[in-house]
Design a protein around this ligand. Structure first.
Ligand SMILES: CCCCCCCCC/C=C/C(=O)SCCNC(=O)CCNC(=O)[C@H](O)C(C)(C)COP(=O)(O)OP(=O)(O)OC[C@H]1O[C@@H](n2cnc3c(N)ncnc32)[C@H](O)[C@@H]1OP(=O)(O)O
Ligand SMILES: NC(=O)C1=CN([C@@H]2O[C@H](COP(=O)(O)OP(=O)(O)OC[C@H]3O[C@@H](n4cnc5c(N)ncnc54)[C@H](OP(=O)(O)O)[C@@H]3O)[C@@H](O)[C@H]2O)C=CC1
Length: 276
């Protein structure tokens, strides 16, 4: 579906690129010729993913151990990477999240999520943006949001707050940095099963509800579907798109206004009875 060399010559930094959706997106970028840097806190996870992607695609994959909650660590990582070659595209994908009743959260629990998602994203974006602007280079930032950035989400409130903040950053910097040739885009995925998200957010009790009740298309997203959307958005083919968040959720967002979702499971007989 894409030209095989669509991303050739692009050097892409993917935070949280060692696992889950970050890994799937990275793999797709590598298939299309990009060179990659995968960042995360666990070196062994990054190394194993980097070796797998490099082995399968033949492109170079570097790793950078970095906790994005530390602005100093982010600056040092980006400085080190730039010393070899500039980054062209930043993917803000690293995140932390868990299900909890908000009135019982400790300060540290709130910070664990906000510092990763909101502050970490800001640190990475500013570290790259500063170098693009000072060096007179164009650049692209894609941030991975969630649906909750648009419509909120009870029981994952720090994540919803942080992702909404990242959406505000995307819109704001699209204006402030547009004249420097820097684009900022975002994706807002619905549920895409990954071990990380399912461990944090999908305890067994939640896995019994029929999918058709919560997702109009009746299924979860496939990693390749998200990876292809991200590929288009960061490619030069999307060069006139900035400040936008694209929802990819099987229609889940629109259930909010659709009334009680049990109606989705009504039979023809039930509807007939009502009509008569
Ligand atoms: C259709 C259906 C749709 C289904 C779902 C669809 C999915 C949609 C959206 C998905 C969004 C995602 O982001 S999915 C991404 C999921 N992946 C991750 O979360 C991976 C990274 N996560 C982590 O590293 C951890 O979970 C996280 C807690 C965030 C950070 O770890 P740290 O080691 O830094 O921190 P810790 O020391 O363990 O904890 C810090 C504080 O947080 C508290 N804390 C930790 N877990 C807690 C919990 N569960 N409840 C309360 N409090 C908690 C601790 O007690 C500490 O507070 P004190 O006790 O006061 O010290
Ligand atoms: N799966 C889903 O259904 C959905 C996911 N999303 C978003 O997709 C993205 C990926 O999630 P997913 O793949 O499911 O989950 P994962 O848990 O697999 O991904 C989270 C990644 O972030 C890294 N990370 C976490 N904290 C830090 C930190 N402080 N510094 C650096 N790296 C960090 C983790 O690596 P390490 O632990 O080694 O640091 C891990 O690789 C997230 O932004 C999430 O919010 C959005 C909507 C739906």
């Amino acid at each position: 579906m894409f030209q095989p060399d669509l991303l050739r010559g692009k050097r892409i930094l993917v935070t949280g690129g060692g696992t889950g959706l970050g890994r799937a997106i990275s793999h797709r970028f590598a298939e299309l010729g990009a060179s990659l840097v995968l960042c995360g806190r666990r070196g062994e996870v990054l190394e194993s993913t980097a070796a797998a992607i490099a082995g399968e695609t033949g492109v170079p994959v570097e790793t950078a151990v970095c906790d994005v909650r530390s602005g100093e660590a982010v600056d040092a990582m980006v400085e080190r990477l730039w010393a070899t070659a500039p980054i062209d595209i930043l993917i803000n994908n690293a995140a932390g999240n868990f299900l909890a009743r908000t009135h019982l959260l400790s300060h540290r629990a709130v910070d664990a999520v906000l510092n990763t998602v909101l502050h970490g994203t800001a640190y990475c974006t500013i570290a790259c943006g500063k170098r693009w602007i000072e060096g007179g280079r164009p650049g692209t930032v894609l941030s991975v949001l969630t649906l909750s950035a648009l419509q909120g989400a009870p029981f994952t409130v720090p994540s919803a707050m942080a992702k909404a903040g990242v959406l505000a950053m995307t819109k704001s910097l699209a204006v402030e940095w547009g004249r420097h040739g820097i684009r900022l885009v975002a994706v807002a995925p619905g549920p895409f099963p990954t071990p990380g998200a399912w461990q944090q957010l999908m305890p067994e009790d939640r896995q019994t509800a029929p999918l058709a009740r919560s997702i109009p298309l009746g299924r979860y997203g496939e990693h390749a579907e998200l990876a292809n959307l991200c590929t288009f958005l960061v490619s030069d083919q999307a060069g006139y798109i900035t400040g936008e968040a694209v929802v990819i959720d099987g229609g889940k967002r629109h259930l909010g206004g659709a009334g009680p979702s049990d109606l989705l499971e009504w039979t023809d007989e039930q509807w007939g009875k009502l009509r008569s």
